[in-house]
Each structure stands twice: as structure tokens, then as C-alpha cells.
Design a binder for this molecule. Structure first.
Ligand code: SF4
Length: 706
């Protein structure tokens, strides 16, 4: 950090806190204790000084007149959004009284925390309230929104490996972005892709939609949603049949090849064409691109897992570099998620020892059901932070109905008054990233970062760490963990003597802002050249030895607590289950919006129709047979709800598929948003969400639609 006393100006290092893999290194300029600009840091090897268009209002967001700056109490009906200011003491008293009454009358499990990645920090992010709620005896919130299935599936075959280094993509001969719109959701990775392309690499995108990323690819392959496992298994079958696999790698570093090969035989090229819609020639060409001693770098995106077949797709795709031996070369292999590479001391953040074996748990994506008055464990208090469930959880209409229950007490800690806030009894003011310290890891690269506090909190906003310190004090929790200040939490948050942190200390991070983990030089890094997969066998497991526990949710998504529920065992090998879509129905997928950060920044994009006009992409042929015109108002419907949208007639999406981005707010579109159409049907592997299996129908708009 630099200071200029004459100008009363300071430069302060930060890391972007949003739910985004890039975790940009930032520097703010502070003049007279006010943030006057926020820029990217050029020195950062991954994000290289550029911030994305989503955060163009970063500093304005800090000082927005719409910030929640004081604790508030609801004064109108639930859902109306009317509040009056109260003191922190009054807010804490109200929470204490409610929680103590609920515990006495119904038990502590009738209190449910709801949170996710509204903040990514190790201090103020996903785990910030875990110790408190684990100690309180509250139900465990299972955060299955993203990566619960993909990481579980990947670990079943490859263990918690970080996989191929995202920076090593620059060394690849072939790059495959599978189910990820990199330019909209991880734009800084594109520099490494371009570097490889400039050296002659072939760039392939596999996505049902011709996204911004797909437009830049040499080859764009468009399988139907949920059929990626069939595509990957057909490639595997072709490679095995044609003797194009690396038998030396398979013999030495993998297990279960014979069983896998037999399973793959079920996926002929013709069958794959019929199921996926991808031509036989395209599948063959893609398979041939992957062989002949090439470094093939595959990145799987979060879209891939969001179907009932998502976990199988991840396992099948992860099998491809093990078949071809691509792991032998720098840039060869697959990048799924690097969380296993960051030596995070999760138990210091979650304190799972406070939780007894039989503790109730709730899959938070199905909050609507959890809040039903007739739920087996009735939820009487809901505490929301780092999340906007009205826009993010399944079955929006049922959720709204249950949020209006008179016997439900809801607390929401937020920066802005979201749709969820409108249902709160107590609103608490949260700080922005400029107003708090944090330690940040990334799920898109191997850098750890220190976020400095640049300014004092505005109004009476408090960081999440301070919020839970205050609550712990109210409930007289005496354990050390509840009195730690932010520096002490940081000192415990990582396993600082782990080899991946060699030479990296809290002090060095404080001074420099970021450091790349000690995981080798991306130019020649080959993490699995000689196998060494962190599985039970130490080998890549084509047939997973973990199939019995394949349904369990990873502890990272369960407040650090092991999943003791009994789920059915999953198939040890990838398999495919067709999605039943009626002839007149469509598969609806709801990806991230190019200009929004999940539901974040919607309130900063209201002057240009970005955030107040829900568009649906529909294929030209599908539109023509229904007489749908460009821009026409339509109603999407199914058994759950109706949603009003405007037609974007385009060939960028394949027939039979509709695309509506998620993240819109009800108050901006004046009606239901896309999650109103989404069922909660957890995936068999890891219990993740299956939103991209949603089936809907179209009708011409009626003014009475929701
Ligand atoms: S949202 Fe992502 S890409 Fe944009 S500034 Fe933050 S970390 Fe960087």
C-alpha cells in the first residue's frame, strides 16, 4: 500500500469478493478517507489489471444512496418492504428474544441459517456464520447451489486435485471449454487461451448456446442440455475402439479401465448423435483432436453439473485425459475446481465439533419446502446473509408464500434492499468489501489474496465477522473462536505451514496483496504425469471406489459437518438418464447474465433494460412454427408458475431449448423471475441443483400472467 500525505491520498490493495472464479486483484484510491476509484492491479499474473464490466460501478456501489446503513424493523406487511430504523441493541434484543423463544418451544433446529457465496472471503464469506449456528444448535444449511455435484463427481474419479493449472492453458495444443461461457463468467482466463491460440492451439467450445465465447472458438459443438455425458462417453468409446488410447498411462496410473470400456460400448456414435444432436462426424473430429500426444486442456463450467446427468458428465469428461494420457504434458488435463489446492483450515472456520450426529439439515435450494408449515422440523426463524433466496432458490411462488408465514421470524443482513429483504422482520446493514478485511482464495486460479480495509464502515454497517461476534456475545458463547478478531481469524484460516504456502505469510500478503501458491511453474507443470491422483487408490478411478457415498454432500457445503444421511449408492461408472420433455415442451436453461453478478448489480443496470427486461432466447424455427415475432411478449409456464419474457428470436440457441438468464429482481421486472419455474430435484451425485432440466411451455402473453 502507498500513501501520499500531501494529497491525503492512499492506495489500498483489495480482492474482488464476488461469486466469480477470477477473484481480481484490485487497488482503490482513497482521498480524504473516501474511495474515489477502484482499478485492477496490473501486477497480478492472472487478472492483469482489468476488471470486468459487471463491476463498473464498484465505488458508486459503496456510496449508493440505496445502501442499508442502519438496523431496521419491518413496519408493513411481509413482502411490502417497509421498515423503520432501530438501534443495533434493539435488533440484537429482537433476535435474541425470538431465538430463545424458538429454542424453548420448538428446539434450536427450528432456526435455519441461509447463506452462500454473496461474499467469497474466508472471513466474511460462506463460513462466517457456521461456528455460531453450529454452536447454537440450528439446522445445518446445505449449500448445494453450485459445484456440489461437480466437485463430488470429480473427486470420485480424481480426488480433490486442482487439476491442470488454469495458467497452463497457455501451453495447450487444444483447449476445450465445456459448459462454460468464459468471456462472461471468467474473462481473465481468456488471455491464456488467446496465448495458446497464438501459438497454434485449437479452441473448442461445447455449449448448447452460441455464447460470446463460442463465437471466438474454432469449433462450436452444441449438444442438447443434459446430454454431455453421452457425448463424452461416445468419444471415449471411439478412442478405445480405435486403439487411440494411451495404454501405458492407463495401466500404470488408472483403475477400472475394463469396466469403463465395457460401459462406454453402450455409447456408439450413432446413439450419441441421436441423443445429443451432435453429428457423428463432429464427435469423431473432436475425439481425434484429443489424441496423438497432444496437450488437451479441458475446463468444465458450472452449467454442466446442473442436470440430473451433470455428475456423470463430469466423471466421463474427466476420464478423457486419463484415456489419452494428456496429463503427461504441460497444459494437458482437466481443470474443474482448485479448492483442494488451497490449504484452508476449514474446521477453524466452521467448528464442526459443536454439531451432534443427528443434527437436522436442509438443502437450501429447496428453502420453499423447508419453510412449509407442515415440514417435519418446522422452521420458525430464518437468518439470511450473503444470499438472495427469493431470486436464487427453487419454486419462487411457494417460497414467497411461506416467507409470508406469520409465525416465521426472518432476519436478513444485506447491503441493498433486495427482494428477499422485503420479507424480513429485521434488516441488518452489511459492509462492502472496502469497509472490511478479508483473506480471499479463488476458484479460477492459484492465487491467495489479502483484502485490506480502506475506509470505516458507512453508517452502522458491520462486517459479517463482527455481526457474528456480536451475536455470540448475546448468546454468551465463551469459546475462543467467538472472541477472535479478524487478524486472529486470518491466522487460523489457513494451514500456514503447508507446502503450497511455502514463503507466503500473512505479513507478506498484507504487504503485497497477493501470492501465487507454490504449486510449480505453469509453463511446465504436470500434476498427474505420473498419476499421483489424491484418490483412495492413488490412481485415476474410471470406476469409482466411492460410489456408495456418492450421494453425500461435501462437508465444505455443509458448514464443515460430515453428511451422515443415507443416500442411495450411485453407479460406479458414468450413466445417462433421459430428461422427459413433451413434444410441445422446451428445456429451459438459466445461465449467468453477462452484466450481472448472480442477482448483484441488477439495481445498477436499470437505465438500459439490462436488468428490467427478461429476455428469452428461442430458436428461429421454434419461433416460426409458433408465429412468435422478435421482441414479442410471451409467457413461459409449467406446473409451478408463469413468467413473462420478451422473445429474442435467434439461431444462437438450438431447437427445443430456451435460455433466460437468472439474476433479475422481481421488483424490476414486476413479476416472477426464472427460478419460479425451477423445481428442486437434487442430483444423485452430491445433491446439487438440476435447474437445467427445467421443462416449460410457451404461450402468447396474457396480461394476467405473473
Ligand atoms: S466480478 Fe469477477 S471478473 Fe469482475 S472484477 Fe470481480 S472477480 Fe474480476
Amino acid at each position: 500500500m502507498e500513501t501520499d500525505p500531501d494529497m491525503n491520498e492512499r492506495k489500498v490493495f483489495h480482492a474482488c469478493q464476488h461469486d466469480c472464479p477470477d477473484n481480481c486483484a484490485m487497488v482503490s484510491t482513497i482521498v480524504d478517507d473516501k474511495v474515489v476509484s477502484v482499478r485492477g492491479r496490473k501486477e497480478h499474473t492472472f487478472t492483469r489489471g482489468v476488471l470486468c464490466g459487471k463491476v463498473k460501478n464498484y465505488d458508486q456501489r459503496v456510496y449508493s444512496k440505496d445502501r442499508i446503513l442502519y438496523p431496521m424493523r419491518r413496519i408493513g406487511e411481509k413482502g411490502v418492504g417497509k421498515f423503520e430504523r432501530i438501534s443495533w441493541q434493539e435488533a440484537l434484543d429482537a433476535i435474541e428474544k425470538n431465538f430463545r423463544d424458538v429454542i424453548e418451544q420448538h428446539g434450536a433446529e427450528s432456526i435455519l441459517p441461509y447463506s452462500y457465496l454473496g461474499h467469497q472471503g474466508l472471513l466474511n464469506g460462506m463460513h462466517c456464520g457456521d461456528s455460531f449456528f453450529n454452536k447454537l444448535g440450528a439446522s445445518i444449511g446445505e449449500r448445494t447451489f453450485c459445484n456440489a455435484t461437480a466437485s463430488k463427481a470429480f473427486r470420485m474419479v480424481a480426488g480433490p486435485s486442482g487439476g491442470v493449472d488454469p495458467e497452463s492453458f497457455a501451453e495447450a495444443n487444444v483447449i476445450i471449454m465445456w459448459g462454460i461461457n468464459m468471456l462472461s463468467t471468467s474473462m481473465h482466463h481468456s488471455r491464456f487461451v488467446i496465448e495458446a491460440m497464438n501459438k497454434g492451439a485449437i479452441f473448442v467450445v461445447i455449449d448448447p448456446v452460441r455464447t460470446r465465447t463460442a463465437r471466438r472458438a474454432h469449433h462450436h459443438i452444441q449438444p442438447k442440455p443434459g446430454t454431455d455425458v453421452v457425448l463424452a462417453m461416445a468419444i471415449a468409446n471411439f478412442l478405445i475402439k480405435e486403439n487411440l488410447v494411451d495404454m501405458d498411462y492407463i495401466k500404470n496410473y488408472t483403475l477400472g479401465f475394463d469396466d469403463f470400456a465395457e460401459r462406454a460400448r453402450q455409447f456408439s456414435l450413432d446413439h450419441a448423435h441421436e441423443v445429443t444432436g451432435v453429428s457423428v462426424q463432429e464427435i469423431k473430429d473432436l475425439a481425434l483432436l484429443m489424441v496423438n500426444n497432444k496437450a488437451v486442456a479441458i475446463r468444465t463450467g458450472v452449467a454442466l453439473e446442473r442436470t440430473a446427468n451433470g455428475g456423470d458428465a463430469v466423471r466421463a469428461i474427466a476420464s478423457l485425459p486419463a484415456l489419452t494420457g494428456s496429463w503427461r504434458l504441460p497444459g494437458g488435463g482437466i481443470f474443474q475446481h482448485p479448492q483442494g489446492t488451497f490449504p484452508i483450515n476449514r474446521n477453524a472456520l466452521t467448528n464442526a465439533q459443536f454439531v451432534e450426529d443427528s443434527r437436522n439439515s436442509v438443502n437450501l435450494f429447496d428453502l420453499a419446502s423447508a419453510l412449509s408449515p407442515d415440514a417435519i422440523v418446522p422452521i420458525k426463524s430464518l437468518f439470511v446473509y450473503n444470499a438472495n433466496p427469493v431470486i436464487a432458490a427453487a419454486n419462487q411462488l411457494k417460497l414467497l408464500e411461506n416467507l409470508c408465514r406469520k409465525d416465521l421470524f426472518t432476519v436478513v443482513s444485506e447491503i441493498f434492499q433486495t427482494d428477499t429483504c422485503d420479507y424480513a422482520d429485521i434488516l441488518l446493514p452489511a459492509t462492502s468489501q472496502m469497509e472490511q478485511k478479508d483473506l480471499m482464495y479463488s476458484w479460477g486460479h492459484y492465487n491467495i489474496q489479502f483484502n485490506h480495509k480502506a475506509i470505516e464502515p458507512l453508517g452502522e454497517a458491520v462486517s459479517n465477522t463482527e455481526l457474528f461476534r456480536r451475536l455470540a456475545q448475546v448468546f454468551l458463547f465463551g469459546d475462543d473462536v467467538f472472541t477472535r478478531d479478524d487478524d486472529e481469524i486470518m491466522s487460523k484460516a489457513m494451514l500456514w505451514d503447508h507446502k503450497n504456502l511455502d514463503g507466503i505469510t500473512l505479513q507478506s500478503l498484507t504487504e503485497q496483496g497477493f501470492a501465487r501458491l507454490n504449486v510449480g511453474d505453469p509453463k511446465n507443470r504436470t500434476p498427474h504425469r505420473n498419476g499421483e491422483f489424491p484418490t483412495a487408490s492413488g490412481k485415476f478411478e474410471f470406476a469409482s471406489s466411492q460410489s456408495k457415498s456418492g450421494g453425500d454432500i461435501l462437508v465444505v457445503y455443509r458448514q464443515g459437518v460430515d453428511d451422515k444421511k443415507k443416500y442411495p449408492a450411485v453407479d460406479a461408472l458414468p450413466s445417462y438418464k433421459p430428461n422427459a420433455v413433451p413434444d410441445d415442451g422446451f428445456v429451459l436453461i438459466s445461465p449467468k447474465h453477462h452484466y450481472l453478478l448472480n442477482s448483484g448489480y441488477a439495481n445498477f443496470n436499470l437505465d438500459n433494460e439490462v436488468a428490467n427486461k427478461q429476455m428469452v432466447m428461442i430458436n428461429t424455427a421454434d419461433a416460426e412454427v409458433r408465429g412468435i415475432k422478435q421482441g414479442e411478449k410471451l409467457t413461459l409456464w409449467n406446473d409451478l408458475a408463469e413468467v413473462s419474457v420478451f422473445a429474442n428470436v435467434t439461431d444462437d440457441v438450438i431447437k427445443g431449448v430456451l435460455v433466460v438468464s437468472h439474476g433479475f429482481w422481481r421488483r424490476h421486472v414486476k413479476g416472477n423471475t426464472v427460478n419460479a419455474l425451477v423445481h428442486s430435484k437434487p442430483s444423485a451425485i452430491g445433491q446439487g441443483i438440476t435447474v437445467n432440466d427445467t421443462v416449460v411451455f410457451i404461450k402468447k402473453h396474457r396480461d394476467t400472467a405473473g
